[in-house]
Design a protein around this ligand. Structure first.
Ligand SMILES: CN1c2c(nc(N)[nH]c2=O)NC[C@@H]1CNc1ccc(C(=O)N[C@@H](CCC(=O)N[C@@H](CCC(=O)N[C@@H](CCC(=O)O)C(=O)O)C(=O)O)C(=O)O)cc1
Ligand SMILES: N[C@@H](CCS)C(=O)O
Ligand SMILES: [Zn+2]
Length: 773
């Protein structure tokens, strides 16, 4: 019989119970025992609901208190030295995730770096591995959670991030070596875990090797055979499912199917073509897991089509050699559509969240096992929903399509090159060298979030909410002036999220009440759903920018999210190419940019933190993506005069390999995250001779640590070793919305002091006193 299976389930809980429990624990409002109770309950609830949905292989160890890569590093005893003095368990685990502040006798330790999980908006913590790294069994979490589920009567399929991906995702610390070469030292830990899982009664183990869908170095591919030989030996009679996802295996497929594993999972949503080849190559003793339900998007799947693929596979292999699954873990989609009563019913009928996707998986498996007639009613319902979406006039706007078709190449370029613009901008908006600024958001305090919640629930009138927000902007502007920042921001207090806010203000977007997806740790996002052609109803940010600018003589930055990031952090329609949707968003942002300029805003920032993450996982596909992504940014930004200074901002990833595309954006200034990787990134800017201005982040906003002026000065000196003083801006790594004012205030005071000290050294002149009004 064809098994309905799952690769991973969202772990936050339907009401984000895990987020709330974690934040209670971190703020000392609960203890470790309370956190464990919530975590255990969530695991139990999720295992049970998957079992009830008809999932035969329910995953375990997909749960994590912070991040599954961190869990795997801990399992393998990969503890950077700065954490080893801390007691093993929660204290060390959360210290690695969040860093520890320097306090009295206690020395601080920065957190592990955080970066994007492939092309998703999930962030993982990067394990740090030294060349002399010893690996030891640091935790038995996969076994403990298997035993926990077994105690509830559920034999789960434990999930492990595989050794190849763990090493490839890690960062080499110190000497010149490649972590993948350390696999022989790492394997005993995996072997021990597999032996313990088998002894505990696991029938299957799922080993995730998502790195195999990327351009993996030859030496890693060569290691695959010996690694899996040893893993299979340790697994004994327990079967291994090797899971690959987020793309196809391409040339690696034959080698993967030769490995001594019982089953291989393929992402047939991203790589439908690989099925034929896999069917031809799969060994007689092997099974295939067909990833037929999209784990990365929220649309109902075409079940008739999926069933056709599964039927064809069953014909070749026999139904018993198939598993039906989502394309990847369901971590990347919201929990349940059930409660979304606020969504328009027509649109709601087009959607499937994690729970609904489990039903799709079981339905396809049932169709293979019992034939189409057994599920005819469900298939007809699915077809009707797809037809309703395909035929809906709400998804198309002739006006948008006409306007896009008429875009000219001139509209993608500023009127003059950067040096000309720079002179015009200096004249119209004089700034000191090493100008100081922030990235846009100020703390989204409980007070701010509560006011928004009251407003949304009708308990606070619109005028009261507006007055509340304006008071926050006035405070923020006054405070920035007092501290002596040069280019000010209004603080983004009115925004729930930098993408959701724009989604709520654009046509063609829908938003959910509770469609949360984990972004990192306890932080979640509620991606809007792009279902139709995108247009702007009217100005989205102009009133806030105008209000803030009227309060001060210093320039206030207009603050927008860029088209690629809006695209990337939304659930995107799958009935037209992503680049078309991106161009539509770009036109809407262009109109906003022009409106901001007309409202007297001289500096406009268009954030594109997701530009890098949108890169296809295979290098061969990069050029095409970068072309349309860069064009979208240029379309959004190039409608302004020379005097208007365009900024962009990027964070959370490595930029070295796309530096030429970053330059092609032709933003006058780019602020970029660098502080966690100690300015490594700047090397790329220097090597490339990046022509425009750069603000390398000098304050790590992801950590509660407050930097000293001396630390910031050191970072600025590092930046000045590769950038000219005329190019350098001084700013934090990213927005300050997740920080508390108690941290932000001293940190920005230190940032301004450091900038002033370096200016004095460079110019040998005293600073003018800050303006206090
Ligand atoms: C910059 N980043 C972003 C990414 N993706 C985005 N879409 N947005 C981003 O900003 N990707 C890369 C990074 C990831 N970083 C972050 C950083 C911070 C967060 C974050 O803080 N998320 C918040 C949720 C934000 C939000 O929408 N808040 C709502 C409040 C909703 C809510 O929880 N309401 C409460 C009631 C409140 C009350 O009564 O007091 C409730 O419903 O229970 C808002 O502001 O209105 C988070 O807390 O997780 C995400 C990614
Ligand atoms: N302007 C945004 C950028 C985050 S990437 C902020 O400051 O939060
Ligand atoms: Zn950022």
């Amino acid at each position: 019989m064809t098994a309905a299976t799952n690769l991973g389930f969202p772990r936050m809980g339907g009401q984000r119970e895990l987020k709330k429990a974690l934040e209670r624990f971190w703020s000392n409002r609960s203890d470790a025992g309370d956190l464990e109770v919530v975590a255990r309950q969530l695991r139990a609830d999720h295992w049970k609901l998957q079992q009830v949905a008809g999932i035969a292989h329910v995953p375990s160890n997909d749960f994590s208190l912070y991040d599954q890569v961190l869990d795997t590093a801990v399992m393998a005893g990969i503890f950077p030295e700065r954490f080893t003095h801390l007691p093993a368990g929660f204290e060390r685990y959360f210290a690695m995730a969040r860093g520890v502040a320097h306090e009295g006798e206690r020395t601080g330790a920065p957190a592990l770096e955080m970066t994007k999980w492939f092309d998703t908006n999930y962030h993982y913590l990067v394990p740090e591995i030294g060349s002399g790294q010893e690996f030891t069994l640091g935790s038995t979490k996969p076994v403990d959670e298997f035993v926990e589920a077994k105690g509830l009567g559920i034999i789960t399929r434990p999930v492990l991030i595989g050794p190849v991906s763990l090493l490839l995702l890690a960062k080499a610390k110190g000497e010149n070596f490649d972590p993948i070469d350390l696999w022989p030292r790492l394997l005993p830990v995996y072997e021990e875990i597999l032996r313990r899982l088998a002894a505990a009664g696991a029938a299957w183990v799922q080993i995730d090797e998502p790195c195999l869908v990327t351009d993996v170095a030859e030496r890693a591919l060569l290691a695959l055979g010996p690694i899996f030989e040893r893993l299979a030996g340790a697994a004994g009679s327990m079967d291994i499912l090797l899971a690959t996802y987020f793309g196809g295996l391409a040339k690696t497929l034959p080698a993967v199917l030769r490995l001594p594993v019982k089953a291989v999972h393929l992402d047939l949503v991203r790589s439908p073509d690989s099925l034929q080849e896999a069917l031809a190559l799969v060994r007689p003793d092997q099974m295939l897991s067909l990833g037929l339900v999209d784990g990365r998007n929220i649309w109902k799947g075409d079940l008739t089509h999926a069933l056709s693929l599964a039927e064809a596979a069953a014909e070749r292999l026999g139904a018993d050699r198939l598993m039906i699954a989502p394309s990847c873990s369901l971590l990347h989609v919201p929990f349940d559509l059930e409660g979304e009563t606020g969504l328009d019913p027509e649109l709601r009928n087009w959607l499937a969240f994690a729970r609904q996707k489990l039903d799709e998986v079981t339905l396809i498996a049932q169709g293979v096992a019992s034939g189409r007639t057994a599920i005819a009613a469900a298939l007809a319902e699915n077809e009707a929903a797809l037809r309703s979406r395909r035929d809906s006039p709400r998804t198309r706007s002739l006006e948008v399509r006409r306007r896009l078709a008429a875009v000219t190449p001139e509209e993608l370029a500023r009127a003059h090159p950067y040096p000309v613009r720079k002179a015009a901008q200096r004249e119209s908006t004089p700034l000191p060298i090493l100008p100081t600024t922030t990235i846009g958001s100020f703390p989204q305090t409980d007070e701010v979030r509560k006011a928004r919640a009251l407003f949304r629930s009708g308990k606070l009138r619109a005028d009261e909410y507006d007055a509340f927000l304006k008071a926050r902007v006035v405070e923020a502007i006054r405070w920035q002036e007092e501290v002596g920042l040069d280019v000010l921001v209004h603080g983004e207090f009115e925004r729930n999220d930098m993408v959701e806010y724009f989604g709520e203000n654009l046509e063609g977007f829908a938003f959910t009440a509770n469609g949360w997806v984990q972004s990192y740790g306890s932080r979640c996002v509620k991606p809007p759903i792009i279902f139709g052609d995108v247009t702007r109803r009217g100005p989205m940010t102009v009133d806030w920018a105008r209000f803030a600018q009227a309060l001060t003589l210093r320039p206030v930055k207009g603050m927008l999210t860029g088209p690629v990031t809006i695209l990337q952090w939304s659930f995107v329609r799958d009935d037209q190419p992503r680049r078309e949707t991106c161009r539509q968003i770009a036109l809407a942002i262009r109109d906003e940019v022009v409106d901001l300029e007309q409202a007297g805003i001289r500096v406009i920032q268009i954030d594109e933190p997701a530009l890098r993450e949108g890169l296809p996982l295979r290098r061969a596909d990069w050029a095409e993506y970068l072309r349309w992504a860069v064009d979208a940014f240029r379309l959004a930004s190039a409608g302004v005069r020379d005097e208007t200074q365009i900024h962009t901002h990027m964070c959370y990833c490595e930029f070295n390999d796309i530096i030429d595309s970053i330059a092609a954006l032709d933003a006058d200034v780019i602020s970029i995250e660098t502080s966690r990787s100690q300015m490594e990134l700047l090397g790329a800017f220097a090597d490339f001779r990046y022509p425009n201005e750069v603000g390398p982040g000098v304050y790590d906003i992801h950590s509660p640590r407050v930097p000293s002026p001396q630390q910031i000065e050191r970072l600025l000196d590092g930046a000045l070793a590769v950038l000219s003083p005329e190019q350098l801006w001084v700013n934090p790594d990213c927005g300050l919305k997740t920080r508390r004012w108690e941290e932000v205030k001293p940190a920005l005071v230190a940032l301004v002091a450091a900038a002033q000290a370096v200016r004095q050294r460079l110019e040998g002149v005293a600073e003018p006193a800050p303006v206090i009004t």
